[in-house]
Design a binder for this molecule. Structure first.
Ligand code: SF4
Length: 398
């Protein structure tokens, strides 16, 4: 398939891997975080870690919106959905994310709550127009990628004067979470994640542009390479990071030049700025309270804010103590370090948020069986399909 197969060429992937192995200095350990769940998924799916030399390690980050939504916010959504006259609309992935005491939206739905799965905020708007006798609440989650559609839905509802539509807003921002990873206090055992550089998110960066990471790279002296989601994109980004570290540079580089620009999507940014304002702080699963890391509707749209309309005051809820999602989302542990992984917790029976979404680290590890290769002591294996097409953006640079 044109424009996809080009980025899945096995021979080119092995060629880039050889460059990484050649450039990675012996005796030096490189530890890079892929912030985004889309990259985690690609790394697991194509077995990219098996292509890397032993001194180049990838650490999974918190960039999966389903994974980072804390249990207390899902408790709120369930309470709302159980109210007579309220219909809660949300994306399918959220239905199975555990809240307090093992509750989920799916169980609430089975118990009689009116919860509907939608593909877009505009679906919720259409339901509100078609059913004026019900209060339609859109449970909005996601990073900068999914925020513009929510902004458009809010603007449209405002313009149409829809009084039975509101948004329970849980949109979060990428750069503050990267900052939180770098500044997180050490754990009780003294553990703190070391990150030598980030693979920056792909889709998020189409909206924000690479400019969004400049301050972070400068302040913490950490290189950031924005990369696409295909296996060669990720391998190329790792090579770019290795070279930056070797040269003691901390630049924001753009591997995903076919879609990402320096300034991003100005129209989307304008729509977001019109509707949202920054929250002073917001709880993330795994990261705890992160200042200036999330959005809420601004005063002009307060009547469409479900928190305002229904008086929601979130109470922090404890996660399942046996679940290691919090440490995995901070990069301190890997999925297979969790005792529940693959025993009581699997995509069919998720005990934590990281096993729900395809972008979650636990779900990706489980689905592509990477842990089995290692547990069985199998040697490195490249699962990148050996496609015939040989065109690769940036191939000349590697
Ligand atoms: S395997 Fe399940 S219980 Fe363990 S960290 Fe992952 S999601 Fe949580």
């Amino acid at each position: 398939m044109k424009h996809i197969d080009e980025y899945r060429d096995g021979a080119l992937a092995r060629g880039i891997a050889a460059r990484i192995a050649r450039d990675a200095a012996p005796g030096r350990h490189y530890q890079f975080m892929e912030f985004c769940g889309g990259h985690t998924h690609a790394i697991s799916r194509y077995g990219l870690e098996d292509l890397l030399p032993g001194n180049v390690e990838m650490v999974h980050g918190p960039g999966c919106p389903v994974c980072v939504l804390p249990a207390g916010r899902i408790d709120d959504a369930i309470k709302l959905a159980m109210c007579p006259g309220i219909t809660l609309c949300t994306y399918a992935d959220l239905m199975r994310v555990p809240a307090s005491g093992g509750a989920t939206l799916l169980r609430a739905s089975a118990a009689g709550a009116d919860i509907r799965m939608i593909y877009s905020p505009l679906d919720a708007l259409r339901i509100a127009e078609a059913e004026p006798h019900r209060d339609i609440v859109f449970l909005a989650i996601g990073f900068e990628t999914t925020t513009p559609p929510t902004a458009l839905a809010v603007s449209a509802a405002h313009r149409k004067g829809l009084r039975n539509f509101s948004v329970f807003c849980n949109h979060v921002l990428t750069p503050p979470a990267m900052r939180a990873i770098l500044t997180a206090p050490a754990q009780k055992d003294g553990a703190r994640i070391r990150v030598d550089g980030f693979i920056g998110p792909a889709h998020v960066s189409t909206v924000t542009g690479t400019r969004a990471y400049l301050n972070l790279a400068e302040e913490f002296s950490k290189p950031v390479v924005v990369a696409g989601f295909e296996p060669l994109d990720v391998m190329h980004a790792i090579l770019m990071l290795v070279r930056q570290v070797n040269e003691s540079r901390h630049c924001v580089e753009n591997q995903y030049i076919r879609l990402v620009t320096t300034d991003g999507n100005r129209i989307a940014q304008r729509e977001m700025a019109k509707v949202f304002e920054l929250r002073e702080t917001f709880e993330w699963r795994g990261l705890g309270e992160v200042p200036l890391s999330a959005l809420r509707l601004n005063n002009d749209y307060a009547d469409l804010d479900a928190e305002h309309r229904f008086g929601i005051t979130t109470v922090r809820a404890a996660d399942n103590p046996a679940c290691e999602c919090a440490t995995i989302l901070r990069g301190l542990k890997k999925p297979a370090d969790c005792k529940l992984f693959g025993t009581v917790c699997s995509p069919d029976t998720p005990m934590g948020s990281c096993m729900v979404s395809a972008e979650g680290a636990c779900a990706a590890h489980w689905t592509y069986g990477r842990f089995r290769d290692r547990a069985a002591g199998h040697g490195p294996a490249c699962s990148v399909p050996a496609c015939l097409v040989t065109t690769l953006v940036g191939a000349n640079e590697v």
